[in-house]
Design a protein around this ligand. Sequence first.
Ligand code: MEZ
Length: 564
Amino acid sequence: DGMLADLHAKKEFKCAACHGNDKKITVDDNETTVNKNCTACHGSLAEMATHTKEHINPHKSHLGEINCTTCHHGHASSWAYCLNCHTYDMKIPAGGGQPWQKLPPAAEKGKAGNRQAEQADVIIIGAGATGLTAAITAHDAGAKVVVLEKQPITGGNSMLAAGGMNAAGTSFQKAKGIADSVELMYQDTMKGGHNINDPELARILATNSAASVDWLSSIGADMSDVGRMGGASVARTHRPNGGSAVGAHVIDVLRRNAAYRNIDIRVNSKAVKLIEDKQGRVVAVQVEGKHSGLYTIKAKSVVLTTGGFSANPEKVAYYRPDYKGMTTSNQPGATGDGIDLGVGAGGELKDMKEIQIHPTVAAGSRILITEAVRGNGAILVNHDGKRFVNELTTRDKASAAILAQNGKSAFLVFDEGIRKSLKQIDGYFHLQLVKESATIQELATAIKVPADALDATVAAYNKAYDGKNDPDFKRPDIPRPLRTAKYYAIEVKPGVHYTMGGLKVNAAAQVIAKNGTPIPGFYAAGEGTGGVHGANRLGGNSISQTITFGRIAGVNAAKQAIEK
Ligand code: MEZ
């Protein structure tokens, strides 16, 4: 009672209005027919957005083109997917405030469905940037690909990626006169990772980075803006012109490319088991579809691109008890169950204790404030109104410095010039995370720090900008002063952001077994693998990894499937 189906029935719609005219109602896991019929009556997501009057418009979000049934459920209580991360007071028709995760799956859990066993060349598990890149690459290499995604939407954590994608020696850098090299990116990556990275993987990341930017550009992405991030010797972080967030754009481009190629992508479809033959080769995946129940797809190769486990507090606390109870910047699906699947198939783990906390998550929230704000000139001040760290140091050091301050938080302070330099900052205003004032003194009052101290801090920083020298904290780059009203501040705290550890892989993206040899037919790439970043990932190296290693995994998985 009170579900959307009942509301429709009251308006005398029959089952067929949503489900189509089949005598027997069957629903695929993508809920294709239902979604088509939602938009046929109510309009597209974009049209719905124009009718929505609320300040936070759930039909126009950074999640892009998603299914109506992500939030609206016919036979269960509806629930806005946004509420996985945000705390909006968001009303939804037929909503009962029940978290999406708690909804009973339509298929009885663990029950065999009546779906026939299928056969693919390559199965990709996980539809973030790595998975979609691997899928497109494997498809273009001639393979029949199936992509499985347990969440109701594609995009994974990549969808939330903000600051950009690192690459060395790109045409965009050259056009801006930035002298960079593969060697410098490699050295920065190793140093940032405390030199425990797998040097071969770190080198692959740097060597292929410019080609990965070119590949993304060739399929429709705009990576023309270049900024600087912590731990980087030069500006090499690529993002769309004007400084929009990189992730939503990259995912939009990858989704469109996958759709154009008619790649078979199944959401609400969780891989529950990897099936091996007697020789230990991975030969099939058991899937639990939201509606299909359990079924099996045989494959000649399987690529695991399921991401990390930052959104799994128990797992984080198991490996790092010191991070217990910390917020996370990650999407709800980042629970690490894919890594467990890989272990079940014999995969070796690497660097699981290496978990990154990002220094600037908006206090009391899960909203990441991109490092690009600091890269473009913002400073960090403590509750005494004073700077306390080189804002362009690596994340581990910046986070530790914030946690050492009173209240274990800090304020990110910037001005109108910085705001204008980076489009994604507009989103923080939209989310009402920013305090703003006409003068530094007034800003100090608004954030309750001593006004004279903040004034002196900003004056010293502006002097450092003028003299191109930061004597107090040795910040290596001050691209802008803080001189243009208005002035802004966001309170920030560290949050669990990225898990550097995962399955051990080789240069061909093959998963390595405990005996040190590759597991036949089994590939992995992206955050679910360990080794690329060592003990600390540099900002911007994650999207770079997704594209570079997604391509390597996709092409190798396809090659071996087609040859087999
Ligand atoms: O790579 C990242 O994690 C990144 C660039 C995050 C950010 O601060 O924007």
